[in-house]
Design a binder for this molecule. Structure first.
Ligand code: SAH
Ligand code: SF4
Ligand code: F3S
Length: 440
């Protein structure tokens, strides 16, 4: 008899990517093997995201497709996991009777038990237990050169538009000793780059501060690169900025979402920073580490956003010159304070502002990429490129770099020179051996 198969489909943020991988570890530990697609799998986990309305709707469209019986008449076991499961567990139970297991992001270590229970009826666990799940998870099986490591769960910031504090619970940091052990195990499996994850990762406080954790991880031999995301502008302290100068393994990249360029809107968002304090933080960073690549997130059409407020968002984009940035139309999330604010912005105004913002972001990212032409750096190769012989990897500034290096393979860290720039990628060529010393 062939063993049962599973597939975990991940939506949303990198924290979900980490959780999806860990659910895969749990299912593999039960003797299941990975299937290439949800259609082929016996057990399908949909690890959902609730951040915007469209993200949440994907669960129901996938369930609709996956509940169809397979060619041999058998049906799949469907697990709804993640933030929609947490926020709308009861609604899923009512709207999608074919979902077998509903499990929240803080309870998925119980997945094997819940699957067993589901053999006799639906199993639900959307508790937010005080004892963290991490201790109950098996060892990691990663094989890629770059891995995520969740260092902190939850969020206490309560931005008025955001569901995360409700779906992921209060902000808690994992003990640094556990994280160092998990990182050492990853490096022993060949991982060269670790990205530390948390919704407010720079507020990490698990015995060490984030900068202390980064310095401790930098001691691990074989670990070549450290990154972290997402940071909150309010928690960008001097010790972390100093780490960007003093720890060569810490990559010169910072994702620091501002959301809006208007201090009036930021106040309504409960962001706890202003346009001015945000720009002052960036100035401190750039003074310490002039080459740092900055990225951010933006919301257009937050309730009450006027054309004048939006003009301030456009002007902050022009001023900062982000290497990359992500922009979203404000999406009403039931239960959040902004959902019931007056002056909701019409959809067509949001569409039009989003288009203008994205055009401005593209101008900035192209300028950033052009500014790196001639630089020598390392690239961590991640996947094949479009043309034969091409590989795509990441520069220290998180640009996607396309290179052709005879003999190089995925997972290698190679020395290159950047020779061409597009808005979303750069072109690089190998540095002849013997000349690598200048690479960052
Ligand atoms: N913790 C991070 C990111 C959280 S979610 C932070 O504080 O920045 C990722 C991004 O989704 C946010 O930065 C925000 O830009 C966007 N987002 C969150 N809620 C949203 C909503 N209701 N509508 C549109 N975009 C939203
Ligand atoms: Fe959401 Fe704000 Fe927390 Fe980020 S800081 S996760 S945007 S509430
Ligand atoms: Fe989405 Fe939950 Fe992440 S709502 S963005 S998957 S924390």
């Amino acid at each position: 008899m062939t063993s049962k198969t599973y597939h975990v489909k991940s939506f949303g943020c990198q924290m979900n990517v980490y959780d999806s991988e860990r659910m895969g570890d749990l299912l593999a530990g039960q003797g299941l093997s990975a299937a290439a697609s949800p259609e082929e799998a016996d057990v399908v986990v949909l690890n959902t995201c609730h951040i915007r309305e469209k993200a949440a709707e994907k669960l129901y469209s996938d369930v609709g497709r996956l509940r169809q019986k397979r060619a041999d008449g058998s049906r799949r076991t469907i697990v709804a996991a993640g933030c929609v499961a947490q926020a709308e567990g009861a609604e899923i139970a009512a709207r999608a009777p074919e979902v077998d297991v509903i499990v929240g992001p803080l309870a998925y270590h119980r997945l094997p038990e819940l699957l067993k229970q589901a053999e006799t009826g639906r199993a639900i666990d959307i508790d937010m237990p005080a004892v963290p799940k991490f201790g109950a998870l098996p060892g990691r099986r990663v094989r890629q050169a770059s891995a995520f490591l969740t260092v902190q769960e939850g969020c206490d910031k309560f931005c008025t538009f955001c569901v995360v504090p409700y779906t992921r619970g209060p902000e808690t940091s994992r003990p640094s000793a556990d994280l160092i052990a998990e990182a050492e195990a990853l490096v022993a499996r060949g991982v060269k780059e670790i990205t530390l994850l948390g919704q407010n990762v720079n507020a990490y406080n698990g015995g060490l501060s984030l900068s202390g954790l980064i310095r401790a991880l930098a001691e691990i031999e074989g670990l070549e690169r450290i990154r972290y995301t997402t940071s909150h502008p309010r928690d960008m302290h001097d010790d972390l900025i100093a780490a960007h100068v003093e720890v060569p393994k810490l990559m010169p990249y910072l994702h620091l979402p501002v959301q809006s360029g208007s201090s009036r809107i930021l106040k309504a968002m409960n962001r706890a920073h202003t346009r001015e304090s945000y720009l002052a933080t960036l100035a401190r960073l750039r003074e310490a580490r002039p080459d740092i690549a900055l990225s951010g997130d933006f919301i257009v059409g937050f309730p009450g956003e006027t054309e004048a407020d939006f003009a301030e968002t456009l002007s902050i984009v022009a001023e900062v010159q982000y290497a990359a940035a992500y922009s979203f139309k404000y999406s009403v999330r039931p239960g959040t304070p902004a959902a019931t604010m007056a002056d909701q912005v019409p959809e067509e105004v949001k569409d039009e502002r989003l288009a203008r913002l994205q055009a401005a972001i593209t101008v900035g990212s192209l300028a950033f990429n052009q500014g790196t032409i001639g630089k020598r750096c390392t690239v961590l190769l991640e996947r094949p490129g479009r043309k034969p012989g091409q590989l795509i990897g990441k520069t220290p500034w998180l640009q996607s770099a396309v290179v052709s290096i005879p003999g190089a393979k995925i997972g290698d860290l190679v020395d290159v020179e950047i020779v061409g720039a597009m808005p979303n990628s750069v072109e690089a060529v190998p540095i002849p051996s013997g000349q690598e010393s200048a690479a960052a």
